[in-house]
Design a protein around this ligand. Structure first.
Ligand SMILES: Nc1ncnc2c1ncn2[C@@H]1O[C@H](COP(=O)(O)OP(=O)(O)OP(=O)(O)O)[C@@H](O)[C@H]1O
Length: 314
């Protein structure tokens, strides 16, 4: 289990992580979701003792990374798949890692087998595709047979086959009872991979919940309503506990109530409607809205994300 308590990290004037508290349980995949620059990598580095918190604390099984007796047997991580000597073979790379961390050399062939790299184990890692490099990085993370695994944006840049492989592999690790914590900036990807979500924006916690609940919240549709009797309509909606936000051209954007109910409510109160239009956006658009002000910069990936999502839900 990973537990962060009021975790905070400053880099000069930048508050990269701010008062962040969350828990990651074993036996399931937990997604760490946030737009670019939200503070995911910084948090992961703090979990792994590669960065010290400015304040607060993060523990693995109750201990900070520096307090762990045998860190690699407790926690494994994939942060940067290209972190490997290009002229070394996959086997030599893992053997070197095992030796320098006092792990049994017998693990090398075991983990190569686990990630399906046995047949290319003697080849130069420098010639590996991104997908193969990711697998090698995962093999390295598994060397110490750790209970906790951290993956930072593991599917970035992978083809659909590579994405599917990683997703299945994570489920397998969780089914073995391990704690799996995986970061991503794509809700569509996390919706298919993780059963729990820790969502952050600009270093702050936005929500921690089951993926099902977060997706339901993100996908909640709104209804645009226009009426010449706006104050009366607003009053009736508020009384019926609908949520209201101002829209364009004096319209109201209503959530928590579908268009049929709004129409009936208006009719029941003798209110004239000029427009009653359900608004459906993509899940990824809704996610961008939820994390709204917390986006540091947009990348254009949102469009790609929508396409992935649309394929995923078909
Ligand atoms: N070593 C550092 N020095 C100064 N600022 C940093 C450093 N590392 C991260 N930051 C800043 O902290 C914030 C959070 O960055 P971080 O890389 O943790 O976000 P992220 O959610 O992992 O995003 P991305 O997916 O884009 O890497 C950003 O504003 C970033 O510029």
């Amino acid at each position: 289990m990973i537990e962060a308590t009021s975790l905070t990290k400053r880099y000069g004037k930048t508050l990269a992580v701010s008062n962040l508290s969350f828990t990651v349980e074993s036996g399931q995949v937990t997604g760490f979701l946030g737009p670019n620059g939200a503070g995911k990598s910084t948090t992961m580095r703090m979990i792994l003792g590669l960065d010290n918190p400015s304040s607060g604390r993060v523990t693995i099984g109750g201990k900070s990374y520096h307090e762990l007796k045998d860190p690699l047997r407790t926690v494994g991580a994939l942060l940067d798949a290209k972190w490997v000597h290009p002229n070394r073979s996959a086997r030599a790379h893992l053997a070197w890692m095992a030796r320098s961390n006092r792990l049994p050399s017998s693990r090398v062939d075991e983990v190569l087998e686990t990630v399906g790299l046995t047949s290319v184990a003697g080849k130069r890692a420098g010639g590996f595709s991104l997908g193969m490099s990711q697998r090698l990085g995962i093999a390295a993370a598994l060397l110490g047979d750790p209970e906790v695994l951290l993956f930072d944006e593991p599917v970035n840049g992978l083809d659909p086959e590579g994405i599917l492989w990683i997703r299945k592999f994570m489920h397998r690790l969780a089914d073995e009872g391990r704690t799996v914590f995986v970061s991503s900036h794509l809700l569509s990807e996390m919706a298919l991979t993780a059963s729990q979500l820790v969502v952050i924006g600009k270093g702050r916690l936005i929500s921690q919940s089951s993926t099902k609940d977060f997706v339901a919240r993100a996908a909640e549709n709104t209804v645009k309503v226009r009426s010449p009797q706006l104050p009366q309509l607003r009053g009736a909606l508020e009384q019926a506990s609908a949520r209201i936000a101002p829209g364009e051209d004096g319209s109201l954007i209503v959530s928590g109530m579908d268009s049929e109910k709004i129409g009936e409510l208006a009719a029941g109160n003798g209110i004239v409607l000029h427009e009653l239009a359900p608004q459906t956006g993509s899940l990824e658009q809704a996610f961008m809205q939820i994390t709204g002000d917390s986006v540091e910069y947009h990348t254009g990936l949102e469009i790609e994300a929508e396409q992935v999502l649309e394929t995923a839900v078909k």
